[in-house]
Write a protein that binds this ligand. Structure first.
Ligand code: ZN
Length: 368
């Protein structure tokens, strides 16, 4: 890429007037009407483009500031062409010397579904993954056994090729990765036939994972170094395990508390009873006290989900729903009538909607 100042034959400090003058002179000399040679036509285009840029103060400022080549020999300098090319190749900028064949493997995201009952105490999974593992034939060297990489003839092991371009401003040294060895500084004359010189092969692998108690949907567990082996046997990437807790028919979750409801027949709510209920981790005896109301919440300490961090468990919270019997036989109806007559109950009373059963249950589950 020719330097615009170079093309116009002016210095970097040239005034707008000097630039205009230089352009006029060159245009007269190179204009296709005057000079029919194809060479001149190409030069005229370059000159015109250079003038377009340098005659506009804004564009000239950008051009002056733009990617600067490294001046006067290798080493030092900043933001040279070499850096740009290295960025294209995914290498680190400012990196000097040949790059390594071995690269870290990529990270992988796996998703796993667990039951709520598994969340209470934690669980174990053997995850089958299609991944890349180290080639056992070459052990990641990429070479046929008994052979090794040889120094690249073109860059002599440097991994990059430097070109010196003479310009008005002195010698400009540009550096680009060697196309023959792709910047590695070595070539592999006899690639491993098992992995085609990749140093790794595709394989199915089992990753054993202990999923801790207390995980919740959306949580990501990091499994360091369980990902694929990188190119040329590079270090393994990480696996991230994203948890999804399956919907449960009975229990839902609020932080580490487990929530459910229990239907209690009206007679039991009036007289009291004991109920044996199946929690996620075994049976629990619940005492229904005489006079239990709908939306009352019974709390069973320490029978919820184990805390993800720290010891202990949340609570099990059981919301009571008193069920009004709908099918009474003749005798039962008579008994109810006697009961009603024997006791003076208040008439049905209006209340605020928010004090309704569902709101009450919700409030008590979440705030009590
Ligand atoms: Zn191999």
């Amino acid at each position: 890429m020719a330097d615009h100042y170079d093309v116009l034959g002016v210095s970097r400090e040239a005034t707008p007037e000097e630039i205009k003058k230089a352009y006029r002179r060159l245009a007269r000399e190179l204009h296709p009407d005057v000079n029919p040679s194809p060479d001149a036509q190409e030069k005229f285009k370059q000159v015109t483009h250079a003038y377009d840029v340098l005659s506009d103060p804004g564009q000239r400022r950008d051009y002056d500031r733009g990617p600067q080549p490294t001046f006067g020999g290798a080493g030092g300098g900043f933001g040279g062409f070499g850096d740009i090319f290295e960025n294209f190749f995914g290498g680190q900028s400012q990196q000097r010397g040949p790059r390594s064949r071995a690269e870290r493997g990529q990270d992988a995201l796996l998703r796993v579904e667990v039951d709520l009952s598994e969340v209470v105490f934690g669980t174990h999974r053997d995850l089958e993954v299609d991944t890349a593992v180290l080639c056992e034939t070459c052990n990641g060297s990429c070479c046929l056994p008994g052979t090794s990489p040889v120094t690249c003839d073109i860059c002599h092991g440097a991994g990059s090729i430097q070109r010196t371009v003479r310009s008005l401003l002195g010698n400009v040294v540009t550096s680009a990765p060697c196309g023959t060895c792709r910047g590695y500084g070595t070539v592999i004359p006899n690639p491993c036939t098992t992995c085609q010189g990749q140093g790794r092969v595709r394989a199915r692998r089992t990753i054993p994972v202990d999923i801790p108690a207390g995980v919740d949907t959306g949580l990501r567990l990091q499994l360091p170094g369980q990902g694929e082996v990188g190119p040329a046997g590079g270090p393994q990437g990480d696996v991230y395990l994203e948890i999804k807790v399956k919907h449960h028919e009975v229990f839902s979750r609020n932080d580490d508390d487990l929530l459910c409801t229990l239907e209690v027949q009206m007679w039991d709510a009036v007289l009291g009873t004991t109920a044996t209920v199946a929690a996620l981790d075994g049976d629990i005896e619940l005492e229904i006290k005489p006079g239990t109301q709908s939306a009352e919440v019974l709390t069973v300490k320490g029978r919820g989900v184990s805390h993800l961090r720290g010891n202990g468990r949340g609570d099990l919270r059981v919301g009571i729903q008193v069920v009004t019997p709908t099918k009474l036989d003749h005798k039962q109806k008579e008994l109810m009538k006697q009961l009603a007559a024997a006791h003076k109950y208040p008439a049905p009373a209006l209340g605020h909607f928010q004090q309704g059963l569902f709101a009450k249950l919700r409030d008590r589950f979440l705030n009590v």
